[in-house]
Ligand binder design. Structure first.
Ligand SMILES: Nc1ncnc2c1ncn2[C@@H]1O[C@H](COP(=O)(O)OP(=O)(O)O)[C@@H](O)[C@H]1O
Ligand SMILES: [Mg+2]
Length: 359
């Protein structure tokens, strides 16, 4: 039997979501094929064995506390006992390449994107730069930095100029149209994100976003429908149906995602075949552009007035609960949750960079 270490929790603002995703993965892994080690990382970054018999593990709810934990004394030893690691972690420290770097150094194959793809996908400003290069249409954007009390505007050639918040906002108003979405560059689950409708809100939301990250992305709002497409593969990559999100609030905020039962996911989205095929191709293109491996969920907008497709973001470890878009979309094309997990484990890999000894 293959020994699989499923890692969940983590140090990011998406800790609670990861608990739901991680326990859901454990519940759906075929216990006749895999010997599972459930590994929980606390918000403080401590590692534990989730000491519940694996066939008794059920999906925990958002906000539910993980109990029956046994502290791992030697994390590296524990990881090395696994054949494959499955980091079901969202956000910083889990979806950004850092834990993937640890697995690479330990030479243990793992599920999902490698170091580079994970870090590009996690950093919204750098994702934009790559998608721009790939000529995938996206909302007009600018990004800035806040270092201590200073704001820095960064132009399209990476030239930096120090400014006050007022000056920065004047530049932004000059370059972009309201409404503008203000986002911490490294964020997820909509944490720290706001929609600014005027310059006062722009100032307020930039200051707020700076609580989460020193790099802040500001982009034009797209009026239209919000759709998502899942991809699977390393070299030969397949895409799922396209699903549509209908947020119960003005946009898909944290509450609309996790606390408002009125947000809807429609699968497959009721859109013309041609648009859906375009989105599926673009999802694979975006995944390849960031050097993706294993899986990702790629999110788009379809602009109301033009039907143009805009890419929003790529999630290298998308929500993985039983009701999440990623497994649901693949279920529609014949991959039931446990089969999808089998595929992902088959796709587990370590980097292709050769070390000196192998030359
Ligand atoms: N440019 C935009 N135009 C319209 N809505 C947007 C835009 N950017 C973000 N949103 C809304 O905000 C939500 C969260 O933004 P997103 O960039 O997807 O962050 P996260 O990584 O936290 O999911 C989106 O699902 C969407 O509803
Ligand atoms: Mg999103």
């Amino acid at each position: 039997m293959k020994k699989i270490g499923v890692i969940f929790g983590g140090i990011s603002t998406e800790h609670d979501v990861s608990i739901v995703s991680g326990t859901s993965v454990i519940k759906n892994l075929d216990k006749t094929k895999y010997e599972i080690t459930p590994i929980y990382i606390s918000k403080e970054g401590e590692w534990f064995i989730y000491n519940v018999p694996v066939n008794k593990i059920t999906t925990l709810k958002v906000g539910e506390k993980v109990e029956n934990l046994v502290k791992i004394e030697n994390v590296i030893e524990t990881l090395k006992k696994c054949d494959v690691l499955f980091p079901v972690l969202h956000g910083a420290g889990g979806e950004d390449g850092s834990i993937q770097g640890l697995f690479e150094l330990l030479k243990i194959p793992y599920v999902g994107c490698g170091v580079l793809a994970s870090s590009i996908g996690m950093d919204k400003a750098y994702t934009k730069i790559i998608f721009e290069k790939a000529k995938i249409k996206q909302a007009k954007y600018e990004y800035i930095r806040k270092i201590e009390n200073e704001y820095i505007y960064i132009d399209k050639e990476f030239n930096e100029s120090k400014s006050t918040l007022e000056e920065i906002c004047n530049i932004l108003v000059d370059k972009l149209k309201f409404p503008m979405f203000v986002k911490p560059s490294n964020s997820g689950s909509s944490v720290g994100i706001n929609k600014a409708k005027n310059i006062d809100e722009l100032k307020e939301f930039i200051e707020y976003a700076s609580n989460f990250d020193t790099k802040i992305l500001i982009e034009e709002g797209i009026i239209g429908r919000e759709v998502e497409c899942a991809v699977l593969g390393n070299v030969d990559v397949i895409s799922s149906y396209v699903g549509e999100i209908i947020p119960a609030e003005e946009y898909y905020s944290f509450d609309a995602k996790y606390n408002n039962a009125e947000s809807l996911c429609i699968m497959p989205a009721d859109i013309p075949k041609e648009i859906s095929n375009n989105i599926r191709d673009l999802a694979i293109k975006a995944f390849k552009a960031i050097d993706g491996k294993g899986l990702s969920r790629v999110d788009f907008f379809i602009e109301k007035s033009t039907n143009d497709i805009y890419i929003n973001e790529i999630n290298t470890m998308p929500g993985f609960t039983e009701i999440s878009m990623y497994p649901k979309l693949f279920e529609k094309v014949g991959y039931k949750y446990p089969k999808l997990l089998d595929e992902l484990i088959k796709l587990a890999h370590i980097g292709e960079v050769k070390n000196v000894q192998s030359l």
